[in-house]
Design a protein around this ligand. Structure first.
Ligand SMILES: *[C@@H]1O[C@H](CO)[C@@H](O)[C@H](O)[C@H]1NC(C)=O
Ligand SMILES: *[C@@H]1O[C@H](CO)[C@@H](O)[C@H](O)[C@H]1NC(C)=O
Length: 305
């Protein structure tokens, strides 16, 4: 890798006409603010003759240039500068989009298979009629697929897994917008999934006490989901500031999205454990051999996961 890098730099240097650093093709697109930084002698003096290999490997040069660019350039200009200097130095462009897609696809396919098996079992083998938790399940699956679609063709297609300076500005805005929609859908889908599960429990556990707990949990879950979705939708004022704030050229304010995400994660984990506890507590009262109880318990654990 190192050898390849040096080789690339030598080629770049060989092809470079005399006339300073700014004559390097990849650096010709530098904004004025960055050219001024490069021209300033403080920065260049660390390397004799603006030697590109020296500049690309000199930490003090990088620090000096970064510091100068951070104060002299706008955010967009800084990104363009970073992209151009990294290209001039032959830094490998990273793109993990494929990794993301390769990881998500099998999970989606698996979930799809489980969904189809459940539908076949219920409607073809058992010939059951469609009940409320079936509708909820279908809504959950449709929303999950929509979110996955948005993540793949919106978020991932516009820069997920790439170095931010290699992504065109328009894509960065689109990335933020798709991420915003996807976050809202995600919160709603988590809630739908839990309510589906609660409706299923409501169908199989007839005892009055447990039904009250299930309905109470469902109401809490629905309220919490709506609150998280609402806070996410109106996280920024104006709403579009969510995906335009990065450029430093727009005015607006935002609540901390991370606070909503952490709170949501904590409550959801607690709800998962609580909802796992409900059916397991019911097992205690069932007239079953302990071996059967254990297998039913494992079934609920896997189901809740
Ligand atoms: C940088 O220096 C070169 C050569 O001295 C000059 O032609 C160019 O105009 C300078 N650029 C800026 C932005 O100062
Ligand atoms: C980054 O630099 C490369 C190589 O110079 C160029 O092809 C690409 O368009 C640049 N991308 C951005 C977003 O500036």
């Amino acid at each position: 890798m190192r050898l390849l890098f040096s080789l690339f730099l030598s080629l770049l240097l060989a092809s470079r006409v005399s006339g300073g650093l700014l004559a390097v093709p990849a650096l010709s697109v530098l904004p004025d603010c960055a050219s001024t930084c490069l021209n300033s002698t403080d920065i260049i003096s660390t390397c004799p003759d603006n030697n590109l290999i020296c500049l690309c490997t000199s930490t003090s040069f990088q620090v000096a240039l970064t510091g100068c660019v951070a104060t002299a350039c706008s955010i967009k200009e800084s990104l363009t500068t970073k992209n151009a200097t990294y290209a001039a130095c032959g830094v490998t462009i990273r793109d993990e989009k494929k990794t993301y897609q390769n990881q998500v696809t099998p999970v989606l396919v698996l979930a799809g298979v489980f969904f189809i098996v459940r539908c076949l079992h219920r409607f073809v083998i058992l010939r059951s009629s469609v009940v409320s938790d079936d509708y909820m399940l279908i809504a959950t699956v449709v929303l999950a697929l929509t979110t996955a679609f948005l993540n793949t063709y919106g978020v991932a297609a516009n820069g997920l897994g790439q170095d931010v300076w290699t992504v065109p500005f328009d894509d960065l805005y689109r990335f933020g917008m798709y991420f915003y929609i996807s976050a809202i859908f995600y919160y709603i889908d988590l809630g739908l999934g839990k309510i589906t599960m609660l409706m299923f429990f409501l169908r199989i556990f007839p005892a009055v006490g447990v039904r009250k707990i299930l309905i109470g949990t469902g109401v809490f879950c629905a309220g919490w989901t709506l609150l998280c979705a609402f806070l996410t939708v109106f996280q920024c004022t104006p709403v579009s500031y969510y995906w335009t704030s990065w450029d430093g050229e727009h005015e607006g304010t935002c609540l901390s999205g991370n606070a909503v995400a952490w709170a949501n994660a904590a409550v959801n984990i607690a709800l998962d454990l609580w909802m796992l506890g409900i059916p397991l507590a019911q097992l205690h009262g069932l007239q079953l051999h302990w071996k059967k109880k254990i297998s039913v318990g494992i079934m609920f654990c896997v189901g809740t996961l």
